[in-house]
Each structure stands twice: as C-alpha cells, then as structure tokens.
Design a protein. Sequence first.
Length: 517
Amino acid sequence: MAGGGMVSQGEVKDYGGKVTAFVVITCMVAATGGLIFGYDIGISGGVTSMDVFLEKFFPSVYRDEEAVTGGEKNQWCQFDSPLLTAFTSSLYIAGLLSTYVASATTRRFGRRVSMLVGGANFLAGSAINGAAVNVAMLIVGRILLGIGVGFANQAVPLYLSEMAPAHLRGALNIGFQLATTLGILVANLVNYGTNRITAGYGWRVSLALAAVPGGLLTIGALLLPDTPNSLVQRGHRDEAKAMLRRIRGIDDIDAELADMVEASEASARVQHPWRNIFRRRYRPQLIMAVVIPAAQQLTGINVIMFYAPVLFKTLGFGANASLMSAVITGVVNVAATLVSIASVDRLGRKALFLEGGAQMLVSQVAIGVILGFGFGSGGDKALSKGFANLVLVLICVYVAAFAWSWGPLGWLVPSEIFPLEIRSAGQSIVVSVNFFWTFLVAQFFLMALCHLKHGLFFLFAVFVLAMTLFIILLLPETKNVPIEEMNLVWRRHWFWKKFVPQDEHLPTAAANVKSTA
Ligand code: BGC
C-alpha cells in the first residue's frame, strides 16, 4: 500500500526491453485492419460520383446532376439525396452495432479472434457489393462491410496498444491510422482508374477490390499471436510469459507480467464491465471515450474523405480532375500521418492535438471565406480556376493537420487510457461513438451543404475551437506511460483527481521496479 502511494506521486516507470523485429512485424500485420476501414472510406465517394453507377442505382440523383449541367439546379444541392447517403452511411450503423458484439468476443476469446471475424465479414461484403444488381444488394454488402469494420476497429487499436512497449506505443498504434490512410489513398487511385473503364463496370471493380484488404486482415489474423495482456486475462499465464519475452526481447519481464497479472485479477473481479464503466472512478476515461471520437468526426474530415470527388465536382472541377484532387488529398493524408508516427512519442499527444487544431481552424475559416466570396451563396457563380486551386491547397493544409493530430490520436488516446477490466467495453464505446458521428456527418453533410453552403466550414471551425479547448484543459499527457499504469495520470490531473481514488493500491511491481528502472 505504502509503496503504491509512493509511486503514485513518483515517476512513471520503464520496464526496459528492446524493440524487437517480432513486435514490429506483428503490429504491422495487425495494422492491416486499418486498410479495410480506409478502403471503405475512400471508395464510396468516388463510386457515387460515377455516372454509370448513379444512373443504374440512383437515377434521380443522376437526373439532378444533369439538370445542374443544364443550369436548371443550384449546384450546392445537386447531390442531396437520402438514398445516396444511406448507401454511404449504412456501413456505419452496422459497424456501431456490431462493435458491441465484438467487445464480448475480444474480452472472452482474445483480440485476434475479433480481427478474424472482422476480416471474414469484410470479404463477404465485398463479394456481394461487387456482384450487386440492385440497391438492396448494395446495402446488404455495405452492412457486412460495416460488421467487418466494427470488429476490426474494436480489436486492432487495443491489440497494438497492448503489444507495444510503452515508449513506442504511439508510433506502433498509429500504424493503424497509417493503414487507414493508405486504404483511402488506394481506394482513390482505384476509383481514378476504374472511372476510365468505358464499358460501365468500373464501379464493380472498385467495390469488389475491397476483398484484397479483407483477405489480408483475415490471413493476418490467422497468423498473429494474441497479446500477453489478453492471454493473462484468459488464464494462459505461461503462454503470456513466453509471448512477453518474445515481444520484448529480454528474459526479465517479471515486472511487466506482474502488472498484467494484477490488472487481470482486478479485471476478473469485474463481472459486468458494462455496469462498471459507469462508476464514478471511471468517469475520466468514459468522458474521453465519448468526447474524443465525436470530436474527431466534428472536425469535418469525412466531408473531404467521403465526398472529395463530389465536393470538387461541386466546385467546378471536371470528373477526372475531381478524382485526381481526391488522390492529392489522399497522398497528403498518408504523408502527414508519418509525421505523427515520428513525433508522437517525443512531442507527446497534447502538442500534436493543439498544433493540428490551430491549423485546421485557420484553414477552415479561409475555405469558408473563399467559397462564400468566389462561389456566391446562390451557388450561381462559377468558381474561378485560381480560387478552385486555392481551395484545393487549403484543403490539403487542413487534411495534413488532421492527419498528424485528431486522425491518429482519435484512435490512439482512447485505446491506451482504459484499465484492463473495462478496456474492451471502453473501446466499443469509442468505435460506436466514432461511427455514430461518422454516420451523422455522412448523412447530413450533403443536406447541410445545400442549406448552409460555405457557412458549413465556419460551423466545423467552431467545433474545432471547442475541442481544442477541451484538450488543453482536460486531457492529461499519456506518452511513455505503461498501459497498465495509466491510472497515475488521472490521479495527478488537476480536475480528474477528484474522481479517481487516491489511496488505492497500485500494481505492486510499480513499487519494486521503480528504484531499479
Ligand atoms: C477517422 C476516419 C477518417 C480518417 C481519415 C480516421 O482516423 O476515424 O473517420 O476518414 O481518419 O484519414
């Protein structure tokens, strides 16, 4: 007890160990889960701006688009169709529901079983979508893809955060986001290519190719070991010990294992994670699990990710130029994620959140001003070429800011702050809140664009301001803190310390190892 008290005021410890090739490869394989998430995000916007696809499945949208070309309809409103947005967003509804099933699977059967279920559903969904002959098949396919992503996003970030040594957790976890951005980029490139298939089946190729990332995750999950934390939690202590030695590359893993065992014993006492998560002592984590993913979506990023081709078309770029612009933002997205990987464990999470927030704010305001000025709120003026290009540059500045801040951190931070006993349940909340807001933005963006016009960018700017203030005041820094010791950061935080018991026993190893670390 006394030792625990001492550590709670002292330094966070370092378990030692090397970064082994094994842990890096394992994390790279797991991160392919991000590919399926990203491929989905990137593919639907491009497909829904393909004329053949619209004509076949959404003829009314196609007619409206023709009317705009003929000058009969306001261009802010051309893509405002509930059925079209249902195609994009049905995936997120399926994902947000299935992630709760994934929570139980992940806790009871381990992280890799959930990844396997995710990959398999994704494969099935891509087959149905590629073969679709009517809207119903499209939607069923999207629902299966959604289940796939619901499982993968629940299990992969946890897997990465548990496998990684504390001082590299940020970088390895962001492998998930890097894979997400690569998935988006590949999807954009695929769309760019398939849009040129004149025989009219290009959209089928785009949708069916989702089987590639789906297959990668499925095979990856079959080959991966489970995390030591999950092995301990499920009673396989010897296996956990061997695995920990292997991933850390040292023999003396007793301290880290002791913390896991202790966390797991605490976890075993918690029979009902869902009831427990609402206890006062978990309030800080719960608030973060709800606010961070919601805020990530309220940056407005998916307006660009889903609708970039549509948005660029609205701005007066031709069909090919629109898809090409989406490819450009895709490249910026990947490159800026690398910046995050390189800096997150050195600069810390908060510094990135704050810089990214400020940069997004400035670019959103600038985009709103230029669109208001150059496009006219009636949407009747044509945007000059110079303005259109300037908007493209500003969108890239905005995407870069998101990609080294809220993008990766929106998944990293929630996955590293929960104690083991409620980690799986907590991650499901994160996924479902994220998907719920993704759905809302997807569902209402085209409508909001039609009504708020350029003012929509100001609205997102206000959200970014509010969430940046939230981070300044309420998020403690979590870099380099071992995952089973995260309780310390809440105990020390000026506000959250009121919620977390101060005198409680900490992992015993924390006391023992501190002096030698
Ligand atoms: C978000 C997605 C977004 C993507 C963009 C992810 O972190 O959750 O909604 O589309 O980043 O790269």
